[in-house]
Design a protein around this ligand. Structure first.
Ligand SMILES: Nc1ncnc2c1ncn2[C@@H]1O[C@H](COP(=O)(O)OP(=O)(O)OP(=O)(O)O)[C@@H](O)[C@H]1O
Length: 599
């Protein structure tokens, strides 16, 4: 979506419900016209009395017309409100769908870089704030504005001098409101910033509650939380303090139209240029102008709410998306090739035009033949995970090309790429649905039998069966009910079911206990049989049988070879292997505390 101002964005999302909105506006106008009828009725009845021509039939007729008018106002206002609500919810729905669509089309890495609290706040809370004002703006905003104008026009028709007098309080109120609204935009922006700050502190507090408790930081964290809430309260109170005098003065002056109409009416009556009936109705009408106008001022605030919510949503709506082709590419097998690949996060995260000297990967050239086992090793921060993520287009390379089956991955639809590659990481997110469905995500068409087969191959059938409801057990929010190793094996079962010809494992065996590791290794063996496999490993023992081991250091390939070849001529690899072996020996021969003492 191209960047638009907030009003255009609202209209853009309102397109599917354009007709409903138009009918809502028409109904609001009819409702206003209906609302004017009782004023006419009252005027006619008063006139009859003052003229001495009152007759019961005419009075009943005007009462019936007034009731009819009021009924029209009531019914059409109802229809307008219903349609406006439907439209507002459609706009909300479209906006949320568009944001999530955009998140799917954006580079996954950029999506993952977003703060989860902010995403939740924008997609759920901020977008929701649009609904209420939007739904009420059409029927009530229009009614209030048009009713004031309609009543005023009627007043002009009755007596233009009284109409003029009715406006007397408006300039005074306008000056006072003008003073109050000075700097409103900035103050509202500051208010939203303060509100966002307090929201993010609350989200951070809830998300980090485990760490806060574990490190007994509750008091200081609570202080931080309390400080944020208090400063927000202070800010809003100060804003209120700076405006309440103007607000109260304006609100009491604006409706006091009698200040102008009373003396004017008396003056005109004494001069004999106005009838008592016209004075009476003018006084009533002048009071009828201001009440809806005052209600309309509330919508100024509502418009700001919509503007800020839409602007927040626009940050996601305008996220850069990955360029994609539509047609599936014809792959020549499943080898992976990287040619002169360089990558910089700065360019992705900040959208800079020039490549800075901040490459995480530089001039990477490597080929992994179909069906072979490749491994990437190297010191922490060397760029191993980044390289794996580039192969699945979490981001696009800054320079060079990545090919699968001889085709640049940019020239195949993301769907085809995802069908071709299984990417298993340590972050094995489980949805809060049954374990059966969680595994089936790997292949939505798989039967229960196939899911169970995959679970068996991934060595998770046993523990799943021991659960009270077996495969129908819910994973709990974010899989909190399962251990790390169990979640990992379920993720592997998912990948087995997906049966993609290329498998990339990013540190999939890190942080597991020996018993779990053995099971995970077995499940990985089932997953990777006969496939092109790329493992990013810390534990060198798991990759010593790899066909090619790539040693990556500071974003560059230092050496490539088999385990034996690297041991014979790559110092860094030799050191890493030595430290790996000695750590293993320490674990076997020493108390675990000794190991950590020596790390
Ligand atoms: N999303 C990101 N945005 C910005 N910089 C990042 C991002 N992810 C990683 N980096 C940086 O890129 C560099 C390489 O990180 P990467 O995770 O690829 O290394 P790694 O070799 O896999 O490390 P480890 O073995 O510790 O997992 C690091 O300096 C890291 O700080």
């Amino acid at each position: 979506m191209e960047a638009k101002n907030w009003l255009k964005t609202v209209f853009y999302f309102a397109r599917p419900c354009k007709m409903k909105m138009i009918i809502s506006v028409i109904c609001a106008i009819i409702s206003v016209v209906g609302g004017l009828v009782p004023y006419v009725g009252v005027y006619r009845i008063i006139t009859m009395f003052f003229d001495g021509h009152q007759n019961i039939n005419d009075i009943i007729l005007w009462i019936a017309i007034s009731v009819g008018g009021y009924s029209i106002k009531f019914v059409f206002h109802g229809i307008s409100t219903v349609l406006a609500h439907i439209s507002a919810y459609s706009i909300l729905e479209n906006m949320r769908i568009q944001i999530t669509k955009r998140l799917m089309e954006a580079p996954l890495g950029s999506v993952l870089n977003q703060k989860i609290g902010k995403m939740k706040s924008v997609i759920i809370d901020r977008v929701e704030t649009i609904e209420l004002p939007l739904a009420h703006l059409i029927p009530e905003g229009i009614s209030n504005l048009l009713l004031s104008i309609g009543v005023y026009v009627y007043l002009i028709i009755i007596d233009w001098r009284m109409a003029l007098a009715a406006l007397m309080t408006i300039p005074i109120a306008a000056i006072v409101y003008g003073m109050m609204l000075k700097g409103f935009n900035k103050q509202y922006a500051d208010y939203m910033e303060a509100s966002n700050h307090v929201n993010s502190i609350i989200v951070e507090y809830v998300e980090g509650i485990e760490v806060i408790k574990a490190f007994n930081q509750s008091t200081s964290s609570y202080e931080r939380f309390e400080k944020a809430v208090n400063s927000f309260k202070q800010y809003t109170l100060e804003w209120f303090r700076s405006t309440w005098k103007h607000m109260t003065f304006g609100a009491s002056v604006l409706p006091s139209t009698l200040m102008g109409t009373m003396p004017m009416g008396m003056f005109l009556y004494i001069n004999g240029s106005i009838s008592p009936a016209d004075i009476a109705i003018s006084l009533i009408l002048s009071l009828g102008i201001v009440a809806p106008l005052t209600s309309f001022t509330v919508f100024v605030n509502d418009l700001k709410t919509i503007e800020f919510a839409v602007n927040d949503a626009s940050a996601f709506l305008n996220m850069k998306v990955l360029d994609q082709v539509k047609e599936n590419a014809k792959l020549q097998g499943y080898p992976i090739e990287l040619q002169d690949v360089s990558f910089s996060y700065d360019l992705e995260n900040e959208g800079k035009d020039s490549i800075k000297d901040s490459h995480v990967l530089q001039d990477i050239n490597l080929t992994l033949t179909e069906g072979t086992f490749g491994a990437i090793v190297g010191p922490s921060g060397g760029g191993k995970s980044t390289l794996a993520k580039l192969i699945v287009r979490f981001w696009d390379v800054t320079k060079g090309t990545i090919k699968i089956g001889g085709v640049n991955i940019k020239n195949m639809p993301l769907e085809q790429l995802m069908d071709t590659v299984s990417f298993v990481t340590q972050d094995n997110f489980l949805f809060n649905c049954s374990l059966m469905e969680n595994i089936r995500l790997g292949n939505p068409k798989a039967s229960d039998k196939e899911v169970i087969q995959a679970a068996k191959a991934a060595h998770c059938h046993h523990f799943i069966q021991n659960l009270e409801k077996g495969y129908e057990t819910y994973a709990g929010e974010a899989g909190a009910k399962l251990s790390g190793g169990e979640k990992q094996r379920i993720a592997i079962a998912r990948a087995i079911l997906k049966d993609a010809p290329i498998v990339i494992l990013d540190e999939a065996t890190a942080f597991t206990d020996p018993e779990n590791e053995d099971k995970i290794q077995k499940s990985i063996a089932s997953l990777t049989k006969g496939k092109t496999l790329l493992v990013i490993a810390h534990r060198l023992s798991t990759i010593q049988n790899a066909d090619t081991i790539i040693v990556l250091e500071k974003g560059r390939i230092l050496e490539t070879g088999t385990h034996q070849e690297l041991l014979s001529h790559c110092e860094l690899y030799k050191d890493m292997w030595q430290s790996h072996i000695s750590t293993k020996k320490w674990v076997v021969h020493n108390d675990i505390r000794e190991v950590y003492k020596n790390v």
